[in-house]
Design a protein around this ligand. Structure first.
Ligand SMILES: N[C@@H](CCC(=O)N[C@@H](CS)C(=O)NCC(=O)O)C(=O)O
Length: 210
C-alpha cells in the first residue's frame, strides 16, 4: 500500500492531498498524520528529515517534496492530468513556480511568528511581508491568465493552498486592493477537494504547526 505522511496544517501536504482527491486515488493511498517538529518524534525513523509531505511508494522507495510527489501520483493511474506532457505546459509551470515562491515566503513568515515574541526577527518579518505584498500585486495581474481558469492544474492548486495558508497570518491583508485575486480564490475555495483538506483552526493560544 502506498502511504502519504502529512500534517493537517501543512500547505505543501495539502497540495498533494488535493491532487489525490481530484485524481480519485484515495483508495490507493493511505494518509497518515505525522508528528513533526517534536523532539524524538517516531516519525524521524520513517523520514529522517522530519518533513511532510512524504510518500512511501510501497516498492521500497520513499521521497519528499510536494512537486515530485504530485508528479509521481499523477502518473500512478497511467492517465496523467497535471504533469508536463509537451511545450504547452510551460506557462502553467511558470505560474506554479510563482505561486510556490509566494508559499515558501509565507511558510518562513509563519514559522517566525510561531517563535516566542522576544525571539522573532523584525528584519526577517519585514522582508517576508514585503515579498508577500509584492507578490499579491503580481498575482492580481497574473490571475487573468487563461491557465488560472479552465481545467484544473497545479498552478491553481498551489496558489489556492498559498492563499488558504495566508489565513495563518492575520497581519497579512492580501485581499485589500486585489479584487480579481479575491474573486478567484473565493470561487476555488468552494471546490470539494479544497474544503475537505481545510486545516483545523489552531487553538487561540498557539500558532500551530505547519
Ligand atoms: N519544499 C517542500 C517543503 C515541505 C515543508 O517545508 N514542510 C513543512 C510543513 S509545511 C515541514 O515538514 N516542516 C517540519 C519541519 O520543518 O521539521 C515541499 O514542497 O514539500
Amino acid at each position: 500500500m502506498i502511504k502519504l505522511y502529512y500534517t493537517p496544517g501543512s500547505p505543501y501536504a495539502r497540495i498533494v492531498r488535493i491532487v489525490l482527491i481530484e485524481k480519485g486515488l484515495q483508495d490507493r493511498v493511505e494518509c497518515s498524520v505525522a508528528q513533526t517538529r517534536t523532539p524524538d518524534s517516531p516519525y524521524y525513523a520513517i523520514n529522517p528529515s522530519g518533513r511532510v509531505p512524504y510518500l512511501v511508494c510501497g516498492d521500497g522507495r520513499a521521497f519528499e517534496d510536494s512537486a515530485l510527489i504530485c508528479d509521481w501520483l499523477d502518473r500512478l493511474d497511467a492517465a496523467p492530468r497535471f504533469s508536463l506532457q509537451d511545450d504547452s505546459g510551460w506557462e502553467v509551470r511558470r505560474l506554479e513556480a510563482l505561486a510556490r515562491s509566494m508559499l515558501d515566503g509565507l511558510a518562513v513568515w509563519v514559522r517566525e511568528n510561531s517563535r516566542p515574541a522576544g525571539e522573532r526577527s523584525p528584519a526577517l518579518i519585514a522582508h517576508e511581508s514585503g515579498r508577500a505584498r509584492r507578490l499579491a500585486d503580481v498575482w492580481e495581474r497574473e490571475i487573468a491568465r487563461p491557465q488560472m481558469g479552465g481545467d484544473l492544474n497545479l498552478a491553481q492548486i498551489v496558489l489556492a493552498c498559498t492563499l488558504g495558508f495566508a489565513a495563518r497570518l492575520p497581519q497579512y491583508d492580501w485581499r485589500t486592493g486585489h479584487p480579481a485575486l479575491c474573486a478567484w480564490f473565493d470561487a476555488f475555495a468552494a471546490r470539494p477537494s479544497f474544503v475537505a483538506t481545510q486545516a483545523p483552526a489552531p487553538a487561540p493560544a498557539s500558532p500551530g504547526r505547519t
